[in-house]
Design a protein around this ligand. Structure first.
Ligand code: PEP
Ligand code: MG
Length: 852
């Protein structure tokens, strides 16, 4: 519409007394969210046009409309409070949308009595929706107004580009609101808040979320967190502006998408996968003061929380430079962290690690949060140092969160704490004080690295808790090897459990109780003792071979990575070494091991085995396993890239050196070579040829035993072909599960679903055994599934004859095998192939073969 200049004079659209905007009984209006304006408490059920204009928008429910004047002012006329709920009842629009109207024309008639008795209030609002472009210059403060006669107020166009842009706009202002219930775990915490903010972006609308009398603009994630809207909270989403409905819809959709589990934050908290199942029913509420995680190493522990990486950083309060220079320091630190986070998000997205990308994307959003930045800048202007200002701004928000009664708040505070630390470190503050561990330390970290774990004082650590990670990630594997109860994928809530808190960790049940009663502690200690008793009984028989009670022999071997592990394996009665992960043996090296390094390391291990054989796997680096001495070319999908044996395509020298070292180990026959990530028989034939060449070179004339890892679905499907050229097959269920279910084994969000007892994985195991049997070859399992008591009967039933598990699990698995009836296992394993989910398989197994 063409626009004219000059003031806009409005007459009262309703008859009744004036209600100042601040007194309108709805914070959306009184807070000015719809723009500046005025309220009228109507005495007559008729709304008339306050000026000439076009009805740009008429609510479907007939309770409100927007009139645009020739000058471009957008005037919202809204009858009553929350009248959208009346769904049109009681309102009769007298003009259609798009109508041109003149001052005094009747716009809507309404049933005063009906509205008064059903809506929270009759007070109606006249608001200038584009208040950035028009200001009210004269307005009545009190008194009685008569519709179509009494002057209401005069509007004048503001100057400036925003106003101009607003005047150019041809769209209409609308209001929209929706109530939704946050059904997902954690409620409106940082990640959904940030996603909701993103959803609203780009719409021409101001959006706000309200909850229990509090409200926050959608732009401030910190503000949204401060609402304290937890799981089950019903929040209201309000939008005002030309695209309000679309914006509100987008935000609601985003939040409901979460609620319906499409972007479930932490399914890991609701149920748990291999190797030990969390007994929690999906969706069942957690007991208070309890956090759920995924079991990485079973066991019960009582101890005190110690943050592994969380010594507090303490910047000086006073600035050493001017406010301007402190401000620049902060900006620089923020920019650099932002760039770092951006890179992390990109890389995580490329890897498909959606959850991880989401977490760091939220941290980027927090770095630019207006609430935090304003507070920090204010403090800097008062002479505080950049570090102090930043920390105080964050702490203030954490304190806001602490005042909200919500059990899952921790999760939100943790996001803030994370960025607090990152920025402080970037500003140059660090704390390297080495800390003495207390007795019974329960160590907490985002995710332990293999080197963290290898340097642990194992006598003092009773449990390991990780916010991230998956049950088959390497951190979890190492935790199991150490034999310390461990939970992974607990989530950020873990970081809110204060240092020094006494906790009970029931790793097998996937539970962390962070405010246990004396009785809980006593029970946990009793259960720990009982389990220790069972373990002791198992240990007494662990040096004997295991067979099912109807005579099927099952070799129980150990997965190891070091000489120490080898010794533990022997002590625990391992019949052999089923998998030596050689990449972990050399993980800290700065240079690739040479032939002698290889030979020496393997020889020492073989010497420690007292005549037992060792299956030694060639280097399996790539994807989640990185070694210091090798910088692999960046790949978009490292898990699908130059992993395992494929590395030889670009670095054949590394494989040759390792094979030469392996072939030099004595006695001949003590070592079997295992090849990781084999895809098909052609690949195996080439590798076998190379092994034979190198064996000849080394003067070996005996047959070298070569096995193939079955960890890629193609290998399982081609097991019969592979068995023609391999001496044995060893199923790597960690990767086989990852590649069969297309779920990253290190992705905490998928930790609960990424279960090796999935019928699809079981079918591939079945196919592997059947393929191998055709050529008389044996099949073992060296993935984490082999050490899962619920999986053992099924693996045995499918025909697997070797289970290679963590050294400390050997006695328990042997004891488990001895209780089985092979014929029953066979029948039930075949039945399990027809089940429709991993949960169903677990349930059946639990029922037929209950655990101690
Ligand atoms: C496996 O994938 O199951 C396996 C045993 O190998 P890793 O865990 O070392 O990848
Ligand atoms: Mg593997």
């Amino acid at each position: 519409m063409s626009q004219s200049q000059g003031p806009v004079v409005l007459l009262a659209p309703l008859t009744g007394p004036v209600v100042p905007l601040a007194d309108v009984p709805d914070p959306v209006f009184s807070g000015g969210m719809f723009g500046d304006g005025i309220g009228i408490d109507p005495l007559v059920g008729r709304l008339v046009a306050p000026c000439d204009g076009v009805v740009m928008h008429l609510a479907r429910t007939g309770h409100a409309l927007t009139l645009t004047t020739a000058q471009g002012a957008e005037i919202l006329l809204h009858i009553g409070i929350d009248t959208v709920e009346l769904a049109g009842k009681g309102f009769t629009p007298k003009v259609p949308q798009g109508a041109t109207v003149r001052t005094g024309d009747v716009l809507i008639e309404f049933d005063l009595d009906y509205v008064a008795s059903t809506a929270p209030s009759l007070v109606s609002v006249i608001a200038i929706a584009n208040s950035d472009a028009f200001e009210i210059v004269e307005r009545p403060v009190a008194g009685m107004l008569k519709a179509g006669e009494s002057p209401l107020f005069t509007l004048r166009a503001r100057g400036g580009a925003a106003a101009e842009a607003s005047r150019q706009a041809t769209h209409v202002t609308e209001e929209s609101r929706q109530q939704i219930t946050l059904a997902h775990a954690g409620g409106l915490h940082a990640r959904p808040a940030a996603r909701a903010r993103e959803a609203a972006r780009g719409f021409d609308a101001r959006v706000e979320i309200r909850y229990e009398g509090r409200k926050s603009a959608i732009e401030s994630v910190v503000g949204l967190l401060g609402l304290g809207a937890g799981e089950g909270a019903t929040v209201e989403i309000l939008g005002v502006g030309p695209q309000a409905a679309a914006a509100v819809e987008a935000v609601a959709h985003e939040l409901l998408r979460e609620a319906h589990g499409e972007v479930e934050e932490k399914p890991a908290r609701q149920s748990s996968p291999a190797p030990q199942q969390v007994a929690r029913v999906p969706g069942a509420p957690l007991a208070p003061n309890t956090l759920a995680g995924v079991c990485a190493a079973p066991g019960i522990a009582v101890g005190t929380i110690v943050r592994w990486d969380d010594a507090d950083l303490d910047p000086p309060e006073a600035a050493s430079g001017t406010s301007a220079s402190e401000s620049r320091l902060l900006d620089k630190a923020l920019a650099s962290i932002d760039a770092e986070l951006n890179k992390t998000v990109r890389e995580a997205s490329q890897r498909g690690a959606v959850g991880e990308a989401g977490i760091f994307a939220v941290h980027r959003v927090l770095l630019e949060d207006p609430t935090l930045l304003d507070a920090a800048r204010d403090l800097i202007s008062l002479g505080k140092s950049a570090g102090f200002a930043w920390r105080s701004a964050i702490r203030a928000q954490i304190a806001v969160l602490a005042n909200i009664d919500d059990a899952l708040l921790a999760e939100r505070a943790a996001d803030l704490r994370d960025i607090e630390k990152r920025v402080l470190r970037e500003l140059g503050y660090s704390n390297n004080t080495a800390r003495e561990l207390p007795d019974e330390a329960v160590l907490v970290a985002e995710e332990f690295t293999p080197s963290d774990l290898s340097s642990l004082d194992r006598t003092r650590v009773t449990a390991l808790l990780m916010a991230r990670g998956g049950a088959t990630s390497h951190a979890a594997i190492i935790a199991r090897q150490i034999g310390i109860p461990a939970l992974v994928a607990v989530g950020d809530a873990l970081f809110a459990v204060p240092e020094g808190t006494q906790v009970v960790v029931d790793a097998g049940a996937g539970r962390l109780e962070h405010a246990p009663t004396a009785l809980d502690v006593e029970r946990a200690r009793t259960e720990r003792q009982r389990l220790a008793g069972v373990r002791e009984a198992n240990r007494r028989t662990s040096q004997q071979a295991a067979a099912t009670n109807d005579g099927r022999a099952i070799e129980v071997a150990a997965n190891i990575a070091t000489l120490d592990d080898a010794k533990t394996a022997v002590e625990n009665g391992a019949d052999a070494i089923g998998l030596l992960r050689t990449e972990l043996l050399f993980i800290h090296r700065q240079a690739a091991p040479n032939v002698d390094d290889h030979r020496e390391s393997y020889q020492t291990i073989v010497d420690a085995l007292g005549g037992r054989t060792a299956i030694i796997r060639t280097l399996d680096v790539g994807a989640d396993k990185e070694v210091d001495y090798l910088t692999l070319p960046p790949e978009t999908n490292p898990a699908l890239g130059l992993r395992g044996i494929r590395l030889a395509q670009v670095r054949p020298d590394l494989l040759d050196d390792q094979l030469r070292g392996l072939l030099a180990v004595r006695p001949v026959g003590a070592v079997r070579i295992l090849l990781p990530m084999v895809t098909d028989a052609g690949e195996l034939i080439r590798l076998r040829k190379r092994i034979d060449e190198l064996a000849r070179e080394a003067g070996r004339t005996d047959a070298i035993e070569v096995g193939v890892m079955i960890e890629v679905p193609s290998a399982a499907l081609l097991a019969d072909q592979l068995s023609q050229h391999a001496d044995f097959l060893s199923i790597g269920t960690n990767d086989l599960t990852q590649y069969t279910l297309a779920m990253d084994r290190c992705q905490p969000d998928l930790a609960a679903q990424s279960d090796g007892l999935h019928p699809a994985v079981l079918r591939l195991i079945d196919a592997t055994v059947k393929g191998a049997e055709k050529h008389g070859k044996w099949v073992g399992v060296c993935g984490a599934l082999a050490g899962d008591p619920l999986a053992v009967p099924l693996l045995v039933g499918l025909g697997v004859t070797e289970l290679s598990v963590d050294p400390v699990s050997v006695p328990g698995i042997k004891a488990r095998v001895r209780k089985l009836d092979y014929q029953l296992c066979r029948q039930r394993a075949q039945d399990a192939l027809a089940l429709d989910s991993a949960q169903a398989v677990r349930a059946v197994s639990r029922e037929i073969w209950p655990q101690d």
